[in-house]
Design a protein around this ligand. Structure first.
Ligand code: SF4
Length: 297
């Protein structure tokens, strides 16, 4: 646990977190929307600092990043929590600990279900796997921006070691923390959930901050965009066209886009995305973009 960055103390022991656009006002003893930043005695703490739920040496293509050191591997780590609530989340057991560990305090969850891995240990492991083509560390599996303090400390050490930092994120972060960390980040895969404001409301968020974060990130590092195509929710021609138009205009037509296939998970039982729908997305995108890929097919 570590005292959080980007928060203000308010009256009556409350704190206001300014890390992500949820801008949680948190009562003493409570956690924010992400469940992993907690008000303890009027100060905000990053409960998940130094705690890892999942780690693996993944191919870089699995992030997915297809245009960033193809053929390499990356030491990938994840924690707990997320600042959105996607009902189809494929990693909900770590991203939504409120549901996977109902009624259990986050500090107990952390103690029992994550392992301690301090930043220098993460860097040592990334270096250890250099013979296995490891190029650095990926912050992935759940939402890494809610792990901000830990990610930033590792990222500094990784740059000092001459290796790369990769974030796999929903891009739901405020501009100030994003600007502070971007000089350390080499590549991002940003998951744009759909290109409709009302769609983001269903996930407990807004489209605009994610779009702005992607546009700013493009100025600093390599980015690729992922869009999980879900039957009946974000798969209309209009939604797909809006997403493609934005990528082409705001990020550039050479930005790789991955349309991935949805499978039932968490709170969703809808049948998997038909392959014809993915082919439609691919056709629409290929009219305006240079690099379009289908995932989970
Ligand atoms: S990072 Fe967590 S606590 Fe902070 S504003 Fe976002 S959801 Fe709320």
């Amino acid at each position: 646990m570590k005292e959080a960055m980007f928060y203000e103390k308010r009256k009556n022991g409350k704190v206001k977190c300014r890390l992500c656009p949820q801008l949680c006002l948190i009562e003493p003893g409570d956690t924010g929307y992400c469940f992993i930043r907690k008000n303890i005695d009027g100060a905000l703490y990053a409960i998940e600092y130094g705690r890892v739920s999942s780690s693996y040496l993944d191919p870089i293509e699995k992030k997915p990043l297809y245009h960033f050191h193809p053929g390499s591997t990356i030491f990938s780590i994840g924690g707990l929590g997320c600042n959105l609530r996607c009902p189809w989340c494929q990693n909900w057991n770590i991203a939504q600990p409120r549901d996977s560990f109902p009624g259990i305090d986050i500090e107990d969850v952390t103690r029992q279900f994550t392992g301690r891995m301090m930043p220098n240990k993460v860097v040592d492991l990334a270096k250890k796997y250099i013979p296995n083509r490891c190029i650095g560390v990926a912050y992935t599996y759940n939402e890494p921006f809610t792990w901000y303090e830990y990610v930033k400390e590792i990222a500094v050490l990784i740059k000092e070691a001459g290796m790369y930092n990769v974030m796999v994120t929903n891009g739901y972060v405020m501009e100030e923390p994003l600007r502070e960390i971007l000089p350390l980040i080499d590549a991002m895969n940003i998951d744009i959930k759909g290109f409709r404001e009302s769609f983001y409301h269903e996930l407990g968020g807004h489209l605009r901050p994610a779009v702005k974060a992607a546009e700013l990130s493009k100025e600093y590092c390599h980015i690729e965009i992922t869009n999980l195509v879900i039957p009946g929710l974000n798969d209309s021609e209009e939604d797909l066209e809006k997403l493609v138009d934005w990528v082409a205009k705001a990020l550039g037509k050479d930005t790789p886009v991955h349309f991935t296939r949805y499978f039932p998970s968490y709170r969703m039982a809808t049948e998997p995305t038909p392959l014809e729908t993915l082919r439609l997305a691919e056709r629409i995108a290929k009219e305006k973009l240079d690099f379009v890929y289908l995932g989970n097919v």
